[in-house]
Design a protein around this ligand. Sequence first.
Ligand SMILES: C[S@@+](CC[C@H](N)C(=O)[O-])C[C@H]1O[C@@H](n2cnc3c(N)ncnc32)[C@H](O)[C@@H]1O
Length: 238
Amino acid sequence: MQTNYFDGDVAVGYDAGVAAMFAPNVLGPTIDVLAELADGQAALELAIGTGRVALPLSERGVHLHGIELSEAMVDQLRAKPGAERIDVAIGDMATTRVDGRFGLVFLVFNTIGNVTAQDGQVAVFENAAAHLQPGGRFVVEVGVPHLHDRFDVFNHTDEHVGIDEYDAATQRSWSHHYSSADGETYHRRSIPFRKVWPAELDLMARIAGMRLENRWSDWDRTPFTNESTKHVSVWRKA
Ligand SMILES: C[S@@+](CC[C@H](N)C(=O)[O-])C[C@H]1O[C@@H](n2cnc3c(N)ncnc32)[C@H](O)[C@@H]1O
């Protein structure tokens, strides 16, 4: 049973909190790649959230469905123009099925890591493959684990201090968010993740009957190298 870390105020504040991820230079290439890979067929977004990616992709004419654990995130999505074009099922992306077969299934913004056990991540790949037509594609965007840094301060303002904690031995990690209204008293919220290496993801894909077709270091399709801190990977169903 997955815990919902994106409920209540977290869902209400989500879009503002990740405003940088809405920037045209981030979202534009994401939508370009996904629209091209959908190739006129219906697409399914796992963990669709507030529709950051799904809404502009649907504006490009891609017929979209979504699966999402948090009803509160979907409430945010449903309040936006264009949401009526997208069918969303509430549930765990490892097990929830929606009707239809898709040319593209995608899972972006590190969200495979929100499933914190290897078995669960394998189940996500199997569920993605079960929704794909033969030849359909599964796309994942996720960071590359780092071997040594245990703590990484990724944001530091009076209102918010963000620290990622990572344990390389177990591949477990936590994003700690310290939030404050007055710059003095802080409230902590910690979200657990399971970090996963590209090669492990490739094995999960093989278990689910898919093979790697492309791996880029970002949505601009630059090659994945030793220096890459994240990857966008595309697996294709046989
Ligand atoms: C970082 S947000 C990404 C949302 C959206 N895809 C985006 O790019 O903005 C992570 C989302 O994953 C959802 N989520 C986490 N675990 C999930 C699961 N097991 N099944 C479905 N959704 C899940 C959360 O509720 C949240 O909406």
